[in-house]
Every structure is written in C-alpha cells, then in structure tokens.
Design a protein around this ligand. Structure first.
Ligand SMILES: [Zn+2]
Length: 420
C-alpha cells in the first residue's frame, strides 16, 4: 500500500469514527463493507505504513500526545492519542460488535473487563535504562503521591521476581500507555521529554490501571462541548465518545487528570477543542493537574476497595478504629489488634511494622532490605552520629539502594529489629 492509499483509508476510518461519534450510525449500518475485514485491513495497513508516517507529536505544556491512529507492533494494537488499545478494546470503541457482545469491551463491566485489572490491585513497574536517576526520582515522587492518595487501595510498586505482568517505563516518542493490564508480561509506558509532570505520569499510570479519558464518557455531551471545527481533521478519533465505558456512578469531573485540556489537538493556537458546559468548572480548568476525589473514587470502585472492611473477630468495620468499642481487647481480633498504650484497636499490619519515630522522615515504615555503603541491611544499623540510636531507610531506588541526601531516613521505633 502506498502513502496515498494509506491516507485514503486513514481518512475513511476517521470519517467512520466521526460518524459514529456524531451518531450518524446509519451510514455504517448501510455500509456493505465487512466491518471486521475492514478493521483488520486497516490495522495491517497502519502497521506497514507506520515508518512512512511523520512521527509528529501534539503538545501543550501539560501533555504531549503522540501519533493519531496507528498500528504498532504486529499484535493488532491501535494507538489513539496516548492510549494503546488491543483489538478488543478498539472494537468496543469503534462500535463493531463482532467481538463479544455490545458493552463487553474493556471499558465495560463484567468478566471481560476483569482481565484488564491488576491482581491484588498492585501494579508492578520497572525502569528501563533510558530513565536516568533524576527522572526516576521524579516518577517515584508521582507514584508515591498516587499511592498516598489511594491509601492502600491500589499500589504502584517496584516489580519483584514473583510478578508475571508489569509495566516497564521507557522513553519512546511522547507520553502513552496501554489501557489496562495486557497479560503480556512486560508492557510499556512511555514518558519522554515533556511527560514529566505529576499529572502526566499519574495520567499514564491510570490508563495502565484501566481507565480511558474522562471526556470519552458516555455522558460527556451533557458536560462539555466538542468543537469539531477547531480540531485537526486527522484527530477526530481522539474525541470519540465511548458509549460502553463505566462511570462507576462517579459524577463527570472536568478537573480530572484524565480529562483533556481545552486546547488538546486544536487546529490553531488559542482555539478550544473542548469547552465546559458546567457552571462550576471553567473551560480553562478542564484537565486538572492534581488527582481529584472523583479520580480516586473511580479507581477505588474499579478495584473494589472503596468498601474494604476489616475483621474485628466476630464483627467487621471499615477500619480497626471502627471496631465495636466498650469491651476493649475482647472485640479486637482478626485483622486488628489491641493497642494497650493508646487504648484502641489498631491494624495488625501497621502495628507489626517497624516504623521511624524521629529523624527527617518520622513515622514512616522502614524499607527492608536497603543497601547502604555497599552493605545490605535487613534490620536497623546503629547511627554513626549517635550510637544510642538506630536508623533505617524510608525510600530506596529500584536497585534497593538507600536514596541519600534527601532526608529519606529516620530513627527506628521500638518494633524494629536492631542490627547485630
Ligand atoms: Zn491519556
């Protein structure tokens, strides 16, 4: 296929997507083309012409989107904006219904969606050699902010040898991610230059956890206006509404980190491709920099930990502190344990953990093992500055080395084991 044929087919697909978006579905219904054959040929076509396409990226200060709609790696994957979809997910977007039933797509509920979730709500990651130490630090900060906000519900953490599937962070032209777990072992997230804000790092990880863009929600037209005339013709596909995606009963959130900014993929500077219809969200606020309460709630509902309970013996509660009061330790069993000092029921896990009680990072869990000065520690070494104290690392890099010079250590608490 030469470039002209490619462009023609490409435009056909874009038109198709545009008509789906604008609900002119009869055009597709009347189309005599076999949808599946067409989709496959298009994907193949994109595969062979990938090298011929200029590797253009579209950016504003916040997000850089790479490519338009291109095939990728011979595995029938399609890239739309910064998301890479497999055939099944693409079918769910494009409205072709020959894969599963309508609504069975990755974005919808039920068994089909489960395969895209990460087991135990833990997303393991590795850094490729392209990610230098400085950038690793930036990414880890964004990850730890994410983990703190998720409050134990979802954890992004370094890969261990037990992990079958994981995300490898690379730099490969722009910011992009697959949507959900691909069950391929290693899958990639690209964070190239221009992708190193907290918003963009968390945005790509939230794709990897299984979310599409906020403005793709089925109910988006009640909340935002898409200015088709201001969007680059070849980018209509970025603004497809997904009729089947799950909203988890969380209200539409214009400030979501998963929402496009108002000028995304615009034809010209200053033109808005999206405008807010919401009284309480200005157009300029679309696509916020910080994960919102709704972003957190959606993730918690997807991973079913919103209503996580603990066992207090014969009772359950949302936290150990919520176990029935009055009978003291007698009520405090199961996941919880009685803390006599504070006269309260506390989580067994946090109680058993060795934590720091002083130093620059106080009240943080110690990280073991940690490597420091060429030695590996599984317990707290004596502080060379104050031999009455022991200390531990509260943060290590992906190789397990204690990160020095950033105050990421503290004095060990009473639950900690002492070296030697
Ligand atoms: Zn995205």
């Amino acid at each position: 296929m030469n470039r002209h044929q490619f462009v023609a087919e490409f435009q056909l697909l874009q038109t198709l997507l545009f008509y789906i978006e604008t609900n002119k579905t009869e055009i597709i219904e009347l189309d005599t083309l076999n949808k599946k054959a067409m989709r496959n040929s298009l994907i193949k076509c994109f595969l062979v012409t990938l090298v011929a396409l200029p590797n253009h990226s579209y950016g504003n200060s916040e997000l850089t989107f790479e490519g338009a709609l291109i095939g990728l790696d011979g595995k029938n994957k399609v890239q739309i904006g910064d998301m890479i979809l497999d055939e099944f997910q693409f079918a769910s977007i494009a409205g072709t219904q020959d894969v599963g039933e309508p609504g069975d797509g990755a974005a919808s509920s039920g068994i089909f969606g489960e395969q895209y979730r990460w087991p135990n709500a833990e997303l393991p990651y590795t850094f490729s050699s392209q990610i230098d130490n400085r950038l690793q630090g930036v990414i880890k900060d964004a990850i730890s902010d994410f983990n703190n906000k998720m409050n134990g519900c979802i954890k992004i953490r370094p890969k261990t040898s037990q992990d079958k599937d994981w995300v490898d962070i690379i730099k490969d032209g722009g910011c992009w991610s697959y949507v959900g777990r691909q069950q391929t072992g290693r899958q990639e997230i690209s964070l190239s230059t221009g992708c190193h804000t907290q918003r963009t790092i968390q945005h790509e990880f939230i794709h990897a956890l299984g979310f599409f863009h906020e403005q793709s929600r089925p109910d988006r037209d009640q909340h935002v206006k898409i200015n088709w005339k201001n969007i680059q013709d070849e980018e209509y596909g970025q603004f497809i509404r997904q009729k089947t995606s799950l909203t988890f009963d969380v209200p539409y959130d214009g400030r979501s980190v998963m929402h496009y900014t108002p000028t995304a993929f615009n034809k010209d500077r200053g033109l808005n491709s999206i405008e807010s219809k919401m009284a309480d969200v200005a157009t300029s606020e679309l696509g916020g920099k910080v994960m919102t309460e709704n972003d957190i709630l959606k993730l918690k509902r997807m991973y079913r930990c919103e209503d996580k309970t603990v066992s207090c013996g014969r009772h359950t509660a949302t936290s150990c502190q919520g176990c029935p009061q009055g009978n003291g330790r007698g009520w405090c069993n199961g996941d919880c344990t009685w803390n006599a000092r504070q006269n309260v029921c506390v989580s067994k896990v946090s109680e058993d953990k060795c934590k720091t009680v002083g130093g620059p990072s106080a009240n943080q869990p110690c990280v073991f093992p940690f490597k420091w000065n060429g030695k590996t520690y599984n317990s707290c070494p004596v502080d060379s500055d104050d031999t009455n104290e022991t200390w531990c690392s509260t943060k290590t890099d992906s190789n397990g080395n204690h990160i020095t010079g950033q105050g990421l250590w503290g004095h060990c608490g009473s639950k900690c084991k002492k070296e030697g």
